[in-house]
Design a protein around this ligand. Structure first.
Ligand SMILES: [Zn+2]
Length: 273
């Protein structure tokens, strides 16, 4: 049974019981906070969202709608405050609204309230549509009382960093990605700090090759859902050696997260591999 830390880990060092072992969790070590676990239709959770951390470096993976509230509720659960101003880097796995619908909130807050740009990371196919297909309609024009207009582009709101093939370094984080099987271009992710690796499938159909790639991690999150997504039965049929490193995410409201053979990620947790 997963023993993540939904109650603490807000200090310089702590211990988290994980996979049956007590391990140190110093601030320079890799950890991940579970901000949201839900799917696109959830009425019960926040949409799937993870926050990777090592030392002072943070990387938010996906920006779901109601992002500020999701971060606040996570902060209350973990007793470690994080908000929009702490998100200097965000990686967008794909352009479905449950994964990037909170970007407008983050970027508006940064531009008009605190004046600090965030950096958006994504694979080229995702960045190609991010502005024109998702953000532009609500963000490209500022109309003024005198009738004049100001035109803005994505560069006015954020720095943009293309995820190239291979390893991308972000402070102590080393990022690798792999395309998944989904309706639109989507990237899975592995995050490494030293010897520790945490993976995330993002949205995908069942893909044995992707699971093998993720299973090289010490801990990985894998989606499960209906339709084009990965059936839970397919994951339950995997070898125990792969399942024991896995946490379910993007699961439907109808799934009872208690007592499954694969542990469900839970909002408010902070996990250290
Ligand atoms: Zn999707």
């Amino acid at each position: 049974m997963l023993s993540g830390d939904a109650q603490g880990c807000g200090v310089a060092s702590c211990h988290v019981a994980f996979l049956g072992a007590r391990v140190s969790c110093g601030m320079s070590e890799l950890s991940v906070r579970v901000v949201g676990v839900g799917d696109a239709f959830t009425a019960r959770y926040y949409n799937a969202c993870l926050l990777f951390e090592a030392g002072d470096q943070r990387l938010l993976v996906d920006a779901p709608p109601a992002l500020a509230r999701a971060l606040r509720d996570h902060s209350l659960a973990s007793r470690d405050t994080v908000g929009l101003d702490d998100i200097d880097h965000v990686l967008i796995t794909h352009l479905h609204g449950d994964h990037c619908g909170g970007l407008e909130q983050l970027l508006f807050w940064r531009r008009f309230v605190t004046g600090r740009k965030t950096t958006i990371h994504a694979i080229p196919e995702v960045l190609a549509g991010l502005w024109d297909a998702r953000l532009r309609g609500g963000m490209d024009t500022l109309m003024h009382p005198d009738g004049s207009h100001t035109s803005l582009t994505l560069a006015d709101y954020a720095e943009v960093q293309v995820l190239a093939p291979g390893v991308t370094r972000l402070g102590p984080l080393e990022l690798e990605w792999r395309r998944t099987i989904h309706h639109i271009p989507t990237s899975a992710l592995r995050v490494r700090v030293g010897e520790r690796v945490i993976g995330y499938s993002a949205d995908t159909a069942f893909d044995a090759g992707l699971i093998a790639w993720l299973a090289a991690s010490d801990l990985f999150f894998h989606e499960t859902n209906f339709g084009v997504h990965t059936p839970l039965a397919s994951l339950l049929a995997l070898p125990e050696a792969q399942r024991r490193h896995m946490r379910l995410i993007h699961y439907p409201d109808q799934l009872d997260p208690v007592g499954l053979a694969i542990a469900c990620a839970r909002e408010g947790e902070r996990l250290t591999p």
